[in-house]
Ligand binder design. Structure first.
Ligand code: ZN
Length: 412
């Protein structure tokens, strides 16, 4: 007994020492990574002018109290920004303030997931990712909205956005049939977004329903559409049909489809419904192989489940939000698994978002960019040390994750 204890103790200490050693980023690599201007695959930049509420279709800033993640709590983070420094920068840079923020966090291009863009948040530094969920819930949503207070707020916002899309399509009432609805509202909205510079359509559907968008029959979906107030099960058939229709249209128009795949804000969020494995049927649909699907937030906490999905030719992911909420040490373990599997599908992103007075999109962007780079450095340092990749390959992988994979995907 004594002998085995004497053996175990040094072995445990040795393991702890190894773990500590694995987390240190090679200084030369850290300098390389710091110098790479990133493409941020997913964020919600806010306009320079005050009062902007179009930074998201579903703002999550008025929900019932929940147990907030520790990383978002006031006092748990530190950035170079203060209320005074941000106000001074806004005065100095005016409409160029959002681009100035990108300079501070080492981002060249940020994909802006917003309802609409503005003069201060526009190309070439910001590229548009509009919101498509409103199009897949075209009927009376009161049954779905009654589920909890979050859904009540969310469906009211989606109804408002769908009314806006309807008005932009030149209609004052919903068309009578599904065929007319897709021809006169859905496709024209997507085409207008494309003409407005959109590079992808974003679905926050995981806040509204499960991500299991099953194959659906057009005739059956049309029957549901005509009822106006279907049961939840019948309504799902119509939503499923519309999701796949929009995904196919995005493929035709050369826009990617972004999907929130991760646990989300709010104490009522359906985590299991957001499991990226729910998307397998969509990714395996032969008619959707021309559409590129980006699993935004990398599926957390289902980060192992998402790994084999990267083998689908049209599946990609980013690690936004994980870069903000997780420590670099935790994220590095996930990144390494992905980079050892399909490295050309893994993209850097921040999910910079105006969470609170203390955590604006500036602070969120800075923390996520800093932690994301640190996690990438840790993952790559470990891979070189273990002989999984060469020194030559390590810088190539860093460039791929931080910008080249996104450039290849969107054609920037
Ligand atoms: Zn987001």
């Amino acid at each position: 007994m004594i002998g085995s204890r004497a053996f175990l103790l040094p072995a445990t200490l040795l393991l702890a020492a190894c773990n500590r050693e694995q987390t240190a980023v090679d200084p030369q690599l850290a300098a390389e990574i710091a110098g790479i201007k990133a493409i941020d695959n997913h964020a919600h930049p806010v306009l320079a002018a005050p009062g902007d509420r179009e930074f998201d279709a579903l703002p999550v800033d008025h929900m019932e109290p929940q147990s907030d993640p520790a990383a978002l709590r006031p006092g748990s983070f530190k950035t170079p920004f203060t209320a005074d420094s941000k106000a001074a920068a806004k005065r100095e840079h005016g409409d160029q303030y959002p681009a100035w923020v990108l300079d501070q966090i080492g981002v060249e291009i940020m994909l802006a997931n917003r309802v609409a863009m503005g003069t201060s948040v526009g190309p070439p530094r910001f590229r548009w990712v509009p919101c498509a969920d409103a199009l897949i819930f075209p009927l009376d949503n009161s049954l779905l909205a009654a589920k909890n207070s979050d859904r009540t707020a969310f469906f009211a916002l989606e109804d408002k956005l769908r009314a806006r899309y309807l008005a932009e399509a030149g209609l004052s009432a919903m068309p009578a049939t599904l065929a007319e609805y897709v021809a006169r509202v859905v496709t024209p909205t997507l085409e207008r977004h494309k003409q407005g510079g959109a590079v992808a359509e974003k679905f926050e559907a995981a806040y509204l329903r499960s991500l299991a968008f099953d194959a659906a029959d057009a005739a059956q979906a049309d029957r549901v559409y005509r009822t106006g107030t279907p049961s939840a099960a019948d309504y799902k058939v119509l939503q499923d049909y519309l999701f796949r229709y929009i995904a196919a249209e995005c493929g035709r128009l050369g826009m990617a489809v972004h999907l929130h795949t991760a646990a989300g804000a709010g104490g009522y969020f359906d985590v299991s419904g957001a499991n990226p494995l729910n998307l397998e049927g969509v990714l395996n649909d032969p008619t959707l192989r021309k559409t590129k699907f980006v699993m935004v937030h990398g599926g957390w906490p289902f980060t192992r489940e998402i790994t084999p999905l990267l083998e689908k030719p049209n599946a990609y992911l980013d690690f936004s939000s994980q870069s903000l909420l997780l420590s670099p040490a935790t994220l590095a373990v996930t990144l390494r698994e992905w980079l050892e599997h399909v490295p050309e599908k893994v993209m850097f992103a921040t999910d910079a978002y105006p969470y609170s007075n203390e955590m604006g999109w500036e602070e969120g962007g800075w923390i996520a960019a800093h932690n994301g780079r640190e996690a990438l450095g840790r993952a790559l340092t470990g891979m070189v040390r273990d002989g999984a990749i060469t020194h030559m390959r390590v810088v190539e992988l860093a460039r791929m994750v931080l910008r080249d994979n996104a450039r290849a995907l969107y054609g920037f």
